[in-house]
Design a protein around this ligand. Structure first.
Ligand SMILES: [Zn+2]
Length: 250
């Protein structure tokens, strides 16, 4: 059974979250949550969002939804707000979180630090009277609440916009690893050796495979089967060579 990842874009509807001018936290976090959902499509997991539109969902309902769905991991996405110079990413876990939950949160924070280059503000445990967020308290799986930069800081907002795709990708890969699944790279047609480009070397591999001189993995077969007839033949090799030469479709 595939693993279940629950993404909770914070706020929504009448709850804008933090605001800077016309910019609202609820919109930023929904944008990145939808991007993560799209990136995880076709991966070995199920994804569910607490909201996919601009609506206000009660915090208890978000948690209940994740609990009854049986999520393996719960990530709530937010953006921070403070004075204009405060910068960086941070992540919050339940006051009674286990070391495992903490290690998972650390991985997520490392992922966004890598993608954004912003300051690592650390993994924080809630305290009973302070920041023990409901999303961590009322969910019964490993969970965290991440703050992606400060909406109150123009520099952080610029980084948020410019690295949104990269941050979503790093978060997607990490979320997948947190539930014990592995990221599958998209197959590029013709890229038999998986080096990211289509060259004569790929055509040669396809030809060798068609002549049974080489055995390809299932992934490689998918990449090599240009005409989609379910087998790798000399015709596929020819197509790869044509594409490598840059005259494909000419
Ligand atoms: Zn928030």
């Amino acid at each position: 059974m595939s693993k279940k990842i629950y993404i909770d874009p914070g706020h929504g509807g009448v709850q804008p979250g933090a605001v800077k001018g016309s910019r609202k936290e609820k919109d930023d976090v929904l944008r990145i949550a939808l991007k993560i959902k799209e990136l995880l499509k076709g991966q070995d997991c199920e994804v569910r969002l607490s909201r996919e539109t601009d609506v206000d969902v009660d915090i208890n309902d978000r948690c209940k939804d994740a609990n009854s769905w049986g999520a393996d991991y719960f990530l709530s996405i937010h953006r921070n707000s403070a004075g204009a110079t405060a910068t960086g990413n941070e992540i919050w876990i339940y006051s009674k979180a286990t070391d495992i939950t903490e290690a998972k949160a650390r991985n997520l924070l490392n992922a966004v630090t890598k993608a954004t280059g912003l300051k690592d503000r650390g993994v924080h445990k809630g305290a009973v009277s302070y920041s023990d967020y409901g999303v961590n308290k009322y969910t019964n799986m490993h969970s965290a609440l991440i703050e992606l930069g400060f909406i109150s800081n123009d520099g952080d907002n610029k980084v948020f916009d410019e690295t949104l795709d990269k941050t979503a990708l790093e978060l997607s890969k990490t979320l997948l690893s947190l539930v014990g699944a592995q990221w599958k790279a998209e197959t590029v047609k013709g890229d038999v050796n998986g080096d990211g480009k289509v060259t004569a070397a790929d055509a040669r591999e396809a030809l060798r495979a068609s002549a049974k001189l080489e055995t390809l993995t299932e992934e490689q077969k998918k990449a090599a089967d240009m005409n989609g007839d379910g087998k790798v033949t000399a015709a596929d090799s020819r197509e790869i060579l044509t594409e490598a030469a840059g005259i494909y479709g000419a």
